[in-house]
Design a protein around this ligand. Structure first.
Ligand SMILES: Nc1ncnc2c1ncn2[C@@H]1O[C@H](COP(=O)(O)OP(=O)(O)OP(=O)(O)O)[C@@H](O)[C@H]1O
Ligand SMILES: [Mg+2]
Length: 271
């Protein structure tokens, strides 16, 4: 089908059950190439599970996931990474005792398929290639404005900086599509504003971005298209304005005092 060629990621009737728990039910999503796409919804709605299925950490119970036309069924996570899908995790996963530069270079390894520590030990790569990798890592750190800390260890970073380091490391796998799971969780408001700017710049460099996020100002300000997941089902999809005013979305997520979305939806900036 020709429509597929213009879409970078497609989920068709994807379901995932854990025993009797139907965490995702018949999810259809189409992430167009080149945009910034958002996935929102209450805690436990199944958002991270969507990412886990896309990246091959879990197989779907049923349905299909395609990336640029290729069916991802049966592929291992590192094979999916190599197809150009990079991700960050909701719970930060860094090597805290390693430098920022090393953390980013470990991300490159996952992509290039070298033994995880070969490059750091100075083996397995020619010097010129190692220098190139180092330069690229430094460049990626500069994209998230952390290059001045390249030689510090990751455990010296603030929480917000650790999230940005994770982003640089995901970029090190040279993804075409970048999946971000709650990129601003735990950040203060000036860190959020800064990251918004950095993500815009990364997007402008040609990356397609698909993010899960609870911060409505952030989501509404960045995404052209947003899907809303509730109890494992997509209940709405559209531009920020359509989502903000959708009665079902307000009822399920935006309008509830006791849930997590921050910065009232009404404050969302235009994309
Ligand atoms: N590997 C697993 N085994 C069993 N249950 C799981 C597994 N992964 C997720 N779940 C369950 O699936 C449901 C959805 O979890 P998921 O992490 O996808 O939600 P989420 O939308 O990302 O929530 P949050 O906003 O809190 O991050 C939860 O009830 C969770 O306990
Ligand atoms: Mg989650």
């Amino acid at each position: 089908m020709s429509a597929r060629a213009s879409h970078s990621l497609e989920l068709q009737s994807v379901s995932r059950h854990f025993g009797g728990l139907k965490v995702l039910q018949d999810v259809n999503l189409s992430i167009p190439q080149g945009g910034i796409f958002g996935l929102i919804g209450p805690n436990g709605a199944g958002k991270t599970t969507v990412f886990n299925l896309i990246t091959g950490l879990l197989p779907p119970t049923s349905g299909s996931i395609r990336f640029n036309g290729q069916d991802l069924a049966g592929l291992r996570p590192h094979q999916i990474t190599r197809l150009g899908l990079g991700r960050t995790f909701q719970n930060i996963r860094l090597f805290k005792e390693m430098s920022l530069l090393e953390n980013v270079m470990v991300g490159m390894h996952a992509h290039l398929g070298y033994g995880a520590f070969g490059l750091l030990a100075g083996s397995g790569l020619f010097r010129s290639e190692e220098r190139r990798a180092r330069e690229r890592a430094r460049e990626l750190l500069s994209w998230v404005r952390l290059e001045h800390k390249a030689h510090e260890t990751a455990d010296n970073l603030s929480y917000g900086e650790q999230r940005k380091l994770e982003l640089a490391r995901a970029l090190a796998t040279e993804p075409r599509l970048l999946l971000l799971d709650e990129p601003v969780a735990g950040m203060n408001s000036s860190e959020k504003t800064e990251l918004m700017h950095e993500i815009r710049n990364i997007h402008a460099r040609g990356y397609t971005i698909f993010m899960i996020e609870h911060d409505m100002r952030f989501v509404m300000g960045l995404c052209q298209e947003i899907a809303v997941l509730n109890f494992g089902r997509i209940i709405a999809q559209g531009g920020p304005e359509a989502i903000r005013t959708n009665p079902q979305v307000i009822e399920a997520y935006l309008g509830r005092e006791d849930d997590e979305p921050t910065s009232a939806a009404a404050q969302g900036e235009p994309a």
